[in-house]
Design a protein around this ligand. Structure first.
Ligand code: G6P
Length: 369
């Protein structure tokens, strides 16, 4: 086992560090900068079929569901397709109104999650076309879907998903660009900007990793807290959810991910000087809004840890601790912020001496209902 960990103390830390390479593998051979397009032959969808798409439903569980929320925003923004995001365990017992013309997109790292498989079976029984996004070649979902997009992140051993999450995000960006170009929603130039920025991500992730000592210090400072909040807006909302999920999975700290604009509808009552609040505050059109939310929690004496861009010169005025990530295309910041938050959870769990690779009560893949 020590050999498999390649010198890292835990598989999770190793897998976090693999991300510059794993996402490179995810997009290798698919990004055409010159044409401003993403080649996804394995979709088996003609341009005409793509143009006719009216609706998509993303189905997933856990970390994959968090990735799916970003997917919804991307498909709507870049491809103009109305998209719903559903947890598989709810979808299978709801009464979905499907006419068979919708696209079903299942996101599942393992390809074996029982709820996701059942939900996809129920949607395909209406005649919906299905796409699986998975990491495991030959898994059950690959046999039951019309098309398969592999995340190609390599095997993940740590129960808490890390490199497979960022690989899922990359596939979702690629799919959204591909669909958006076919439907004429984004121009070749807009796609090109995104592609250039995606290609820069491996180097930028490396930069985030090189700042692990600062993140470790922050983690240690708050490791004895009972509750944590993670807040974000728009694309940073799923980042907040995933940051909170990671922290509770491995450090057993109660953590809530919240859409920052919703704080005033309840959770503000819980904010005290004992609740650290992680605000994902990378630049974008909701930046001013998250600053207002930061002020709201500061007024209740919370300690605020912000995840912010390198070129943000004002954030320090509003928060207590800043975790910096390199500046990138507004739509891509979630990838870098997520890596920073993976490190925050990891070092928190390490400070608490938790069983990082095998957290209590959790399984890597849940193959029963
Ligand atoms: C389990 C794992 C999570 C994972 C979820 C969904 O709960 O512990 O890390 O996100 O299953 O798994 P899937 O393989 O479908 O992505």
């Amino acid at each position: 086992e020590a050999a498999e960990k390649a010198g890292y103390e835990h598989f999770m830390l190793k897998e976090i560090h693999e991300q510059p390479t794993s996402i490179q593998n995810t997009f290798a051979g698919k990004l055409s900068e010159l044409e401003g397009n993403v080649t996804l032959e394995e979709l088996y969808l003609s341009k005409e079929e793509i143009k006719r798409l009216k609706r998509a439903t993303i189905i997933a569980c856990g970390t994959s569901w968090n990735a799916g929320i970003l997917g919804k925003y991307l498909f709507e923004k870049l491809a103009g397709i109305h998209t719903d995001i559903e947890t598989a365990s709810e979808f299978r017992y709801s009464n979905p109104v499907l006419c068979g013309e919708e696209l079903t997109i299942a996101i599942t790292q393992s390809g074996e999650t029982a709820d996701t498989l059942a939900a996809v079976r129920s949607s395909t029984s209406y005649g919906c076309r299905s796409i699986a996004i998975t990491n495991v070649v030959g898994s059950t979902i690959t046999r039951e879907s019309d098309s398969v997009l592999y995340t190609r992140a390599g095997p993940e051993i740590g129960v808490a998903a890390t490199k497979t999450f960022t690989a899922q995000l990359i596939v979702l960006y690629m799919l959204a660009i591909n669909l958006g170009r076919a439907r004429g929603v984004i121009s070749a130039d807009e796609a090109k900007d995104l592609i250039v920025a995606i290609k820069r991500l491996p180097g930028q992730i490396q930069k985030v990793l090189s700042r692990k000592d600062t993140i470790n210090e922050c983690a240690v400072q708050f490791a004895d807290k009972r509750d944590y909040f993670f807040i974000g807006r728009y694309l940073n909302f799923p980042v907040a959810l995933e940051g909170a999920l990671k922290l509770k999975e491995i450090s057993y700290i109660h953590a809530e991910g919240y859409a920052a604009g919703e704080l005033k509808h309840g959770p503000l009552a819980l904010i005290t000087d004992e609740t650290p609040v992680v605000a994902i505050a990378t630049k974008g059109h909701t930046y001013e809004k998250i600053l207002s939310n930061i002020k709201e929690v500061k007024a209740r004496n919370a300690t605020v840890i912000a995840v912010a861009d390198d070129d943000d010169t004002e954030i320090e005025k509003y928060v207590d601790v800043v975790i910096r990530v390199p500046s990138t295309h507004e739509l891509l910041a979630p990838v870098l912020s997520s890596v920073a938050l993976q490190l925050l959870s990891y070092y928190t769990a390490l400070a608490k001496d938790c069983s990082i690779d095998k957290p209590r009560n959790l399984a890597k893949s849940v193959t029963v209902e």
